[in-house]
Design a protein. Sequence first.
Length: 297
Amino acid sequence: MRSFPALLFALLAAAANALAIVLQRRAARTVPLAPGLRLSLFAQLLRRKAWLGGMAAVMAAACLQALALSQGAMAVVQPVFVLELPFALLLGGLLLGRKVTRPAWRGAVCIAAGLGLALAAAAPSPGTGRPPADRWTIALVCCLAVIAALAATALRHPEGGLRALCFGTTAAVGYALTAALMKDATHAWQDGGITAFFLSWQTYGFALVGVLALFLLENAMQSGPLTASQPALTLGDALVSLALGITLYEERVRSGWWILPEALGAALVLYGAVTLSRVALARDLVVPDRPGEPARS
């Protein structure tokens, strides 16, 4: 029950992110594609109500995520975001007029069941409010080193599964680190108000790392099949967030025989993510059209 507010805000944030994916995808498909970058693209999208709605949903999701992180453990909040893709599929089926197939339902149910089982078995504790500087130094060095190493590995390989897997994992690490920084920044606001929030280096840290994570995600989507990048992103974000919650915020999860249902829950989430990544609607929502391809309606 102590985690209920955090779970509620996290669920709402995941739903808002899913709505943003669907609305922005719907708007992008109405803009003619070109082989190069176009400065006029932003101006064209600004005239699309769906795109503006998507941006509003992104901002709402960020606020809801911050509220969730201020109310509960990272090990509770971040795993809930594995529901983002199932939410996007259901909303996409409604707003884009596409049928949600049986495999899509099966994948969504597996992700939801796996998440519920893993969280119930782990029963994460809240931990401490603000980590000391030495812990932040170790966490930043480790996360950025992993991102750099995997990005370098990805760049050494051509388009394909391995490249997409590496970039998907870097994005997962980036999103988990963004959440960790955001959690500290929200506690700065709670302790010292808005002034402390804007004077905290974590505030600017989560903004910068968040942009980096988004950039890495775009590279993952364009580097290879969704079946390689999406499972790495889905499970990687949850696992790295769990590790950061334990090492940074002193959160605790059950061990011993509880590891068995926790592992089973993670396996169900992974199976569901792989299943959903093979669904045509999921690829249509997440993967951008290639330059030169006609925009689809």
